[in-house]
Design a protein around this ligand. Structure first.
Ligand code: MN
Length: 558
């Protein structure tokens, strides 16, 4: 059911109410293309409906831009649609702040951060549907912005879609991005293959009835026969491997035959090979041995009429949905949640995404709780924060600006004095969250503090602070304690003054090491004694101050 149909069918439903709310909030707003803004959230929600996601996701699709772009608040979403929808919209808003700034080496971390910030896979789905419509309407934007968004889609969102098994979407992302990032190559390719696509499609259309007849004669009825045109970008990459010779690409358009059951797929393969010779080395059983990305299907290339090659893909409806929509396809089957195989399938997905992270964490391995597997819990032990340069840093959960600073460079860690998190000053023990933009303020000659050991999370920071503490200890221990005192007296000049001063000092049982006097109206007398006893020195200073010629008396332990 489309969103429009859902709205018409029941005006009181969550989706209908979300539509009315969004239309009101965005009233009068226009997109860059000049069309009413509501078209964008509506298209986003239609995509989510086509992926057959749940009502909350579709409602979030309709509402995904209201908090960011209209006066509507999160509270009003909670009040009208509940915490779940508000949470999903929140997630999408948070994601919109994460931008790819072209920091190549940390690109994998950026992809992980998007999942970590999302917390719930449905947030990722809404974001992907949002991005799909933005890509389809990219021509309304200025050239520079087109390139930035196309690059971000190609480097970040297409790989995420692939990782989630949403290959159709990933292919579409790459195709649109290709036309903006390499417009000349894209144009060349389109002109090369447009006719060829048409020719091959016609050929397959004329072959399909033959195939159907042969299968029916063997008592096998396909649920559907379909044609799959290869995506432009993947074709472009494949052409490179085949000397740009399009006649060597057999799967430009493939025949897709969909069945109800797995045995039908295998039986059909046998029947097909009986009638048309298979091309050697091109039979692939991805049902018995799924691809690493969980793709399942039987593939064969046969020699068809007129000696032409035909690629045929055989699969069940369920495999088809999963190959197209990946992990999103599991909402299609949620009524069968108790089905053991289904839950196992979902777990296979979750494990696969989990493996994406090098360090295994205690994710939901419990098949009891289906929904819990949709929570992105496997990143809960890690956070992903951004440097002012746009690099994404992967840290353990609970990390602080000090951990961040040491991760960047040991010198930055050692000399950090304060931090700014998302532009606001934050204490050094502040707990960082995924998606935070972190900036460290340093001060020359600043040394690490032992207090940091109470809150740092990374062993790197802890080790550095400990080493610095040890060095400080050693410096303290090796530092010589004062053994002498130098007393400075400023006094009015008079004959015999130095003699009188030394006499007072001698009466206090101080051994004088040296005594000298700089000449002048107010001469400075410097006397060094062999004691560092502060109390005794201070008592002496008082006596010296009582002399009537004395202007000032000071001392320093040396
Ligand atoms: Mn949007």
């Amino acid at each position: 059911m489309t969103v429009k149909e859902a709205v018409a069918k029941d005006p009181g439903s969550l989706i209908a109410r979300a539509y009315v709310f969004a239309a009101k909030a965005h009233a009068g707003q226009k997109r860059k293309s000049g069309e009413p803004f509501i078209n964008h959230p509506l298209a986003t929600a239609e995509t989510l409906a086509a992926w057959r996601l749940d009502e909350a996701s579709i409602a979030a699709g309709l509402l995904h831009d209201v908090v960011e772009d209209t006066p509507a608040t999160r509270e009003s979403l909670v009040k009208n649609f509940g915490e779940e929808v508000a949470f999903l919209v929140d997630g999408v808003t948070k994601l919109s702040r994460i931008k790819y700034r072209g920091a190549e080496e940390k690109i994998e971390n950026l992809r992980k951060m998007i999942l970590a910030v999302s917390e719930d896979l449905r947030v990722v789905f809404v974001k992907l549907a949002d991005r799909l419509h933005n890509m389809k309407t990219l021509d309304a934007l200025p050239r520079e912005k087109q390139k930035r968004i196309a690059l971000e889609t190609s480097e970040i969102y297409a790989p995420i879609a692939n990782r989630l098994g949403m290959h159709e979407l990933a292919g579409e992302f790459q195709d649109i991005a290709f036309s903006y990032l390499q417009p000349q190559e894209a144009k060349w390719l389109t002109s090369q293959v447009k006719d060829e696509y048409g020719v091959r499609r016609k050929y397959l259309e004329s072959f399909a009835p033959d195939l159907e007849r042969v299968l029916k004669a063997a008592n096998i009825t396909p649920a559907k026969i379909d044609f799959r045109a290869k995506h432009y970008y993947s074709l472009y990459k494949k052409l490179f491997r085949y000397d740009m010779d399009i006649s060597r690409i057999y799967d430009l358009v493939a025949l897709r035959v969909i069945f109800k059951t797995v045995p039908e797929c295998y039986a059909a393969l046998g029947v097909i090979h009986e009638h048309w010779p298979p091309f050697p080395g091109r039979i692939k059983d991805y049902i018995a041995m799924p691809k690493i990305n969980n793709y399942r299907s039987l593939h064969t290339t046969i020699i068809g009429p007129e000696g032409k090659h035909i690629e045929i893909q055989l699969r069940t409806e369920e495999m088809h949905a999963e190959n197209e929509y990946g992990i999103a396809a599991h909402w299609l089957y949620k009524e069968k949640q108790t089905n053991k195989t289904r839950v196992d399938d979902v777990m296979a997905w979750v494990r696969q995404i989990k493996n994406w992270q090098e360090e295994h964490t205690s994710a939901a391995d419990n098949p009891e709780d289906f929904l819990r597997t949709m929570k992105i819990e496997f990143f809960k032990d890690r956070i992903f924060v951004i440097t002012p340069h746009g690099d994404v840093i992967d840290l353990p959960a609970g990390s602080t600006p000090v951990d961040f600073a040491y991760h960047i460079h040991s010198e930055i860690g050692a000399s950090c004095v304060a931090a700014k998190v998302n532009g606001q000053f934050a204490p050094l023990d502040h707990e960082l969250q995924s998606g935070d933009l972190v900036e460290i303020l340093t001060q020359k000659n600043k040394r690490p503090s032992g207090d940091w050991l109470k809150f740092v999370k990374t062993s790197m920071a802890r080790d550095h602070v400990r080493v610095a503490m040890k060095q400080k200890d050693q410096a303290l221990r090796t530092k010589r304690l004062p053994t002498k005192v130098e007393i400075r007296i400023v006094a009015r000049h008079r004959v015999g003054l130095l003699k009188d001063v030394t006499a007072i000092i001698a009466r206090s049982h101080f051994n004088i090491i040296s005594a000298n006097k700089a000449a002048g109206q107010f001469p400075i007398i410097r006397i060094q004694c062999d004691t560092a006893d502060k109390k005794k020195v201070e008592a002496l200073v008082l006596k010296l101050k009582k002399m009537k010629e004395t202007k000032e008396v000071g001392y320093q332990l040396i």
